[in-house]
Design a protein around this ligand. Structure first.
Ligand code: PLP
Length: 392
């Protein structure tokens, strides 16, 4: 009955875990949820008010396929002032979340059989999105000693004549690693040399604990021309359910994305777009407060995790996750196919703590925890992880 594409897709493990956790909480169980990839803050009030106003002033009819002009102009201003990149209006397309923006870019550029490079560990949806458009995901290994950031040596090994695109998630989900300017420059140079497009997923850009976040497209005109920057409001402005993301790309690519979107969804929700304008224009302080808060939570988490024996991790400089190496515990726990899934399941059963198994990110020796939760939950969750590991 189902198409080959549908049969070929693995359901999202992270969404699956969230659903299971919600069911357990609804059953009254005391679950500590460290699996969520979602800010624990509320959307800033001015954004909510702007959205409500758009409803009551009847500004909620069909709009332009690439997003309302005022929002695209606001995004252009943001990219210029914060990232030092100049874009024109027809180079920005607003979509229904970053996920949709990525999918649009893939439909616009990938032909069946094209290879798309994904550094490991990767965000869970990339391979499935690539398969859905007929492309072949090609995984490339990174090293923990390089903070899981890919180097040109890692990339060269997997380039073939079919390589069309490479994904970079910066800051990374799941590791929180942030690339330096020099690291990005060498990757961009290699991509220019081999005619490879860069899909720069910068959705966590604002949640960065270093001062010098560099957006890849800002490196040079050539870099800008081969890069499709993905960003949005979900993580930075705590607007996950509003579904606002965007692509910034050259005119040819943006025109194609706009045409694709026009047929598939018309455009993202207009009410959310009005909220997004306000969030980008007037909520800087709210966003800064959130980031300072995440940084404190990161430090609490790292301080506690450092004291647990037999695990290791890299220090995250962005996003709100810690990717924890649990491979030393392999001989202490019974498992069948996937060690990280068994670990996560047993942790949930015994200590009522939900984490995401590393296999969801292509690395079975790890688990990912999120510290986007209140401090008491975070502290209690890590205490329980510690006692689970001690009792193995
Ligand atoms: C790396 C990365 N890219 C994209 C997304 C999707 O963002 P959105 O909710 O705006 O679709 C996520 C969400 O978890 C993510 O972690």
């Amino acid at each position: 009955m189902l198409s080959k594409k549908a049969k070929n897709i693995t359901p999202s493990l992270t969404i699956g875990i969230s659903t299971k956790v919600k069911e357990l909480i609804d059953q009254g169980l005391d679950i500590i949820n460290l699996s969520i990839g979602e800010p624990n803050f509320c959307t800033p009030t001015p954004a909510k008010e702007a959205a409500v106003e758009s409803i009551y002033t009847n500004k909620a009819k069909y709009g332009p396929a690439s997003g309302i002009t005022e929002l695209r102009k606001t995004i252009i201003h943001k990219l210029k002032t914060e990232n030092n990149i100049s874009y024109q209006l027809d180079e920005i397309v607003v979509s229904s979340g970053a996920k949709h923006a990525i999918t649009n870019a893939l439909i616009a550029l990938i032909n069946p059989g094209d290879e798309v490079l994904i550094p490991k560990p990767y965000w869970v949806s990339y391979p499935e999105m690539i398969k859905l458009v007929g492309g072949n995901p090609v995984f490339l290994d990174t090293k923990m000693k390089n903070n899981f950031k890919m180097t040109t040596e890692d990339i060269i090994d997997v380039i073939t004549p079919k390589t069309k695109m490479i994904f970079i998630t910066n800051p990374s989900n799941p590791t929180g690693a942030v690339y330096s300017k020099e690291e990005l420059k060498s990757i961009v140079n290699l991509c220019i040399q081999h005619n490879i497009f860069i899909l720069a997923d910068e959705i966590y850009e604002r949640i960065c604990y270093k001062d010098n976040f560099i957006s890849i497209a800002s490196l040079s005109e050539k870099a800008k021309n081969i890069t499709i920057t993905i960003n949005g409001l979900s993580k930075s402005a705590a607007m996950t359910g509003w579904r606002i993301g965007y692509t910034a790309a050259n005119q040819t690519i943006s025109k194609a994305i706009s045409a694709i979107q026009g047929h598939l969804t018309s455009h993202p929700c207009v009410i959310s777009q009005y909220g997004a304008i306000k969030a980008l224009n007037s909520c800087q302080e709210d966003i800064q407060t959130m980031v300072l808060n995440y940084k404190k939570k990161r430090d609490i988490a790292l301080n506690m995790l450092e004291k647990i024996k037999d695990i290791s991790f890299i220090k995250p400089n962005g996003a709100f996750y810690v990717f924890i190496d649990i491979s030393s515990l392999k001989n202490k726990l019974k498992y069948n196919d996937y060690f990280s899934i068994s670990f996560a399941n047993q942790l949930l059963e015994q200590e009522k703590v939900a984490v995401v198994p590393g296999v969801a990110f292509g690395m079975d020796d790890f688990i990912r925890i999120s510290y986007a939760c209140d401090n008491d939950t975070l502290i209690e969750g890590i205490k329980r992880i510690s006692s689970f590991i001690n009792n193995l």
